[in-house]
Design a binder for this molecule. Structure first.
Ligand code: SAH
Length: 395
């Protein structure tokens, strides 16, 4: 086979590649072949001219994102193999196929050996998000591979990479269909219905990563008054209603999110008066509300997108969780989350611990939650673990 242009590593800098870590940082690189463009495929060699890996090159601190540790061509076969393997894994964990669920994450970046690529599957629509130029340049082949693997189960492929490709790259992708076309339609998660709006919604349209945590909340909802803070499209709210909550308040600062939440609640529980939704800032709502709840969910957006803002993020988590503890009735339960990759499990736990102490509450940890199996973590890439949650019993 013809080799790809080369990237050489400095002496002694190949250890992480030999341990299958999928990123190569700029400090490890000694030399790059001339004329390379952002997103090109490259072969990585050590200072002894020994082949190590193939990946996409990019500008920034991560210079190469690795696709293969074997010398091989990155062609349609490669994409079919990778997507088939991802699909088989979802089938093996019973997410692809059952009647009560038609939504799952099909490709979770490094977790599925495809750094920079996210694909969510919504009832026949694959929504692709590229986080690197290299992946974006392969979008047509990825679409073809999806058609090969899913056959008639695939109705459309929608590219939602606007806003996820690094700004510095100069590429300005527009969202659009790569195959077929469909209006947003109703999806099923554990038998509950919701409308997915991949055209306008955040991320790929719905937060699939809270599926199991929503089920756990359903289990604790019976007879309880529930506050679902940062509700987005209302996932936790309609699970709480199915679980027998006596009242559910959904809050989000986005009025569009509140409209979708109302629609989704109506879709599952038409005319049910237990639910009310508020388009309001979280802190404002918690400051102004005199109501106390038996069960509170705090699932804010990532407070820290990178390490530099970690301190501020931790302050944010302390402040928010203190408010949560103050609004919870004795014997109540708090579900609190962080989806910031830059915030470690320990940091988050410490922030919540400080919040509990400041609010003067006695708190027991009931569950430590994380992301579900369709958001797998590559064992050689622990950075892939991003979702952290604590379920707390508050005396
Ligand atoms: N829990 C949701 C996902 C939450 S995503 C689910 O299960 O699907 C985070 C949400 O927080 C977004 O919908 C965003 O609009 C909202 N948000 C961001 N800042 C906010 C603020 N200051 N007050 C209230 N909501 C906010």
């Amino acid at each position: 086979m013809i080799d790809y242009p080369k990237v050489y590593l400095r002496k002694g800098k190949e250890h992480s590649v030999k341990r299958f870590h999928p990123w190569i940082f700029s400090g490890a690189v000694s030399k790059v072949d001339e004329g390379l463009q952002e997103g090109d495929l490259v072969s990585v060699y050590n200072d002894q001219n020994e082949f190590l890996a193939i990946g996409h090159i990019s500008i920034g601190s991560i210079v190469v994102r690795i696709l293969s540790f074997e010398k091989r061509e990155i062609n349609l076969n490669f994409w079919v193999e990778k997507i088939r393997s991802a699909c088989e894994m979802r089938r093996a964990i019973s997410l692809y196929g059952p009647e009560n669920n038609n939504v799952f994450r099909l490709v979770h970046g490094e977790g599925d050996g495809l750094p920079g690529l996210i694909i969510d599957f919504y009832a026949g629509t694959a929504v692709i998000q590229c986080h690197s130029v290299g992946m974006y340049l392969h979008r047509e082949e990825i679409t073809e591979a999806l058609q090969t693997v899913f056959g008639e189960d695939l109705v459309t492929v929608f590219d939602k990479s606007e806003g996820t490709i690094p700004f510095k790259s100069g590429i300005e992708p527009k969202n659009g269909y790569l195959f077929g076309e469909a209006e947003s339609f109703t999806a099923l998660e554990n038998g509950l219905k919701f409308n997915v709006d991949w055209l306008k919604g955040q991320k790929t349209g719905f937060f699939i990563d809270q599926r199991e945590n929503r089920s756990l909340l359903e289990h604790y909802s019976k007879g309880r008054s529930v506050l679902n803070m940062f509700c987005y499209t209302g996932g936790f709210s309609f699970y709480a209603m199915r679980g027998g909550a006596e009242l559910v308040h959904s809050v989000d600062s986005s009025s569009r999110a509140i409209d979708i939440t109302k629609e989704n609640v109506e879709l599952n529980f038409p005319g049910d008066k237990r639910h009310e939704a508020f388009a309001e800032d979280a802190f404002k709502f918690l400051d102004q509300s005199s109501q106390k709840y038996d069960l509170i969910v705090l699932d804010p957006p990532a407070f820290a997108k990178h390490k530099k803002v970690l301190d501020n993020a931790l302050k944010g988590y302390k402040r928010l969780n203190k408010k949560g503890f103050e609004q919870i009735k004795p014997g109540g339960i708090l579900f609190t989350f962080s989806c910031s990759q830059a915030v470690s499990k320990e940091d988050f736990r410490k922030a919540v611990f400080v919040a509990a102490a400041n609010a003067g509450r006695t708190v027991r940890v009931l569950h430590q939650l994380t992301q579900p199996a369709d958001h797998p973590v590559n064992i050689y890439h622990p950075e892939g673990e991003y979702l952290k949650g604590l379920v707390l019993y508050v005396e």
